[in-house]
Design a protein around this ligand. Structure first.
Ligand code: PLP
Length: 384
């Protein structure tokens, strides 16, 4: 395999590198402590202990109990397990979600509507991509089985008022799920005070490995099993556990919680510098999403008169890796459903650029990127 040339990585919302601390924690569980955690022998017990330690770390990061954590193969599986599990376990036939959910939530909801006849209500967002909790309250019905509103949007970084929405759902006796894939380990989350019943997490957004995640299931919440098989995870998720991945997720959660206040503040400052510099140097660069209720490391712009993909290719040529929005829709010609829901015109939405920062981002990186981005936009406009 070729070694990567030096580059600047500004696509942390798509994925992050596995940190050295996480990798070191995982390594023993590939070849030395390789036992199946369900086995009764000593090797199995070692794996089981490691899984239980990781469960405690993930639970503690959410103010949950360890037995309320179910390990999954990632955020997508956690979302599917929560939504299908809650829909099939309850009597209600009505589902609510926002228009800016990740495809893992939206497609699952739409599949339940088209294949199983559930009534799906999609709550609109304002121009900043924010959901109005009162609108959620107005749409809850006596037969609502589940409300699912993401914590922060993966494209434009809008942070939803999930504490308020959770409180409304709890008061109305409706289950509340939130996809916290973009916020776990980055913003404080307290499932108890926020009225959350179900919450999805993914390892690879916080310097953990890909292919591992977790679902918080509040004690007492009934979920239909999403995948049949063995009795792992107290019968809630069949399949042999991904022990090294789970250990990695546990360590990533511990590290993220330890650094959170300082790192969030550092990223907020870098983000605000980046936004101010892009706005002052690039004519027609419009910030998407809110300025205040925004993920610390997220800057997203729609730039007039350019195609986002052309800008990304120019940046790539300069060794800068960024994104047009959701990694999952890379290559798709359709403008993002998130920008459409925010009322961004189709033409403008084609000029979408998402720059997401992380541990390796410094002030020098921000200056380099602003310089390269303004040169790329100038060149593309000149050619057009
Ligand atoms: N939900 C959100 C908000 C995401 O950003 C992502 C990944 O981009 C997912 C769910 C899916 O997570 P995973 O890649 O672990 O399946």
């Amino acid at each position: 395999m070729q070694t990567m040339p030096p580059h600047v990585y500004l696509d942390h919302a798509a994925t992050t590198p596995v940190s050295e601390s996480v990798l070191a924690a995982m390594m023993p569980y590939f070849c030395d402590y390789y036992g199946n955690p369900s086995a009764i022998h000593t090797l199995g017990a070692a794996s089981r202990d490691a899984v239980e330690n990781a469960r405690e770390s993930v639970a503690s990061a959410l103010n949950a109990r360890p037995e309320e954590i179910v390990f999954t193969s990632g955020g997508t599986e956690a979302d599917n397990t929560a939504i299908r599990g809650a829909a099939f376990a309850g009597a209600g036939r009505h589902l609510l979600c926002s228009a800016v959910e990740h495809h893992a939530v939206l497609e699952t909801m739409e599949a339940l509507a088209t294949r199983c006849g559930y009534a799906l209500d999609v709550v609109p967002v304002d121009r900043d991509g924010l959901v109005d909790p009162d609108e959620v309250a107005r749409r809850i019905r006596p037969d609502t089985a589940l409300v699912s509103i993401m914590h922060a949007n993966n494209e434009v970084g809008s942070v939803q008022p999930i504490g308020e929405i959770g409180t409304i759902c709890r008061a109305r006796g409706v289950l509340f799920h939130t996809d916290a894939v973009q916020t776990f380990g980055k913003l404080p989350i307290d499932v108890r005070s926020m009225g959350i019943d179900l919450l999805s997490v993914s390892g690879h957004k916080l310097y953990g490995p890909k292919g591992v995640g977790a679902l918080y299931v509040r004690r007492g919440v009934k979920l239909e099993r999403y995948q049949d098989g063995g009795e792992q995870e107290r019968g809630r998720r069949a399949g042999t556990l991904n022990v090294p991945g789970i250990v990695g997720l546990g360590r990533a959660a511990e590290d993220a919680v330890a650094e959170m206040p300082a790192e969030a503040e550092r990223l907020r400052r870098l983000r605000d510098t980046l936004i101010a510099d892009v706005e002052s140097r690039i004519d027609g660069a419009r910030l998407s999403g809110p300025r205040a209720c925004r993920l610390p490391g997220n800057a997203h712009f729609c730039i007039e008169g350019v195609q986002g993909e052309s800008v990304l290719l120019a940046l790539d040529g300069a060794g800068i890796y960024a994104s047009a929005g959701s990694a999952c829709s890379a290559g798709s010609v359709e403008p993002s459903h998130v920008l459409a829901a925010m009322g961004v015109a189709r033409d403008l939405a084609r000029g979408a650029i998402r720059l997401t920062m992380g541990r390796a981002t410094t002030e020098d990186v921000v200056a380099t990127v602003v310089q390269a981005l303004s040169a790329a936009v100038r060149d593309i406009r000149r050619l057009a």
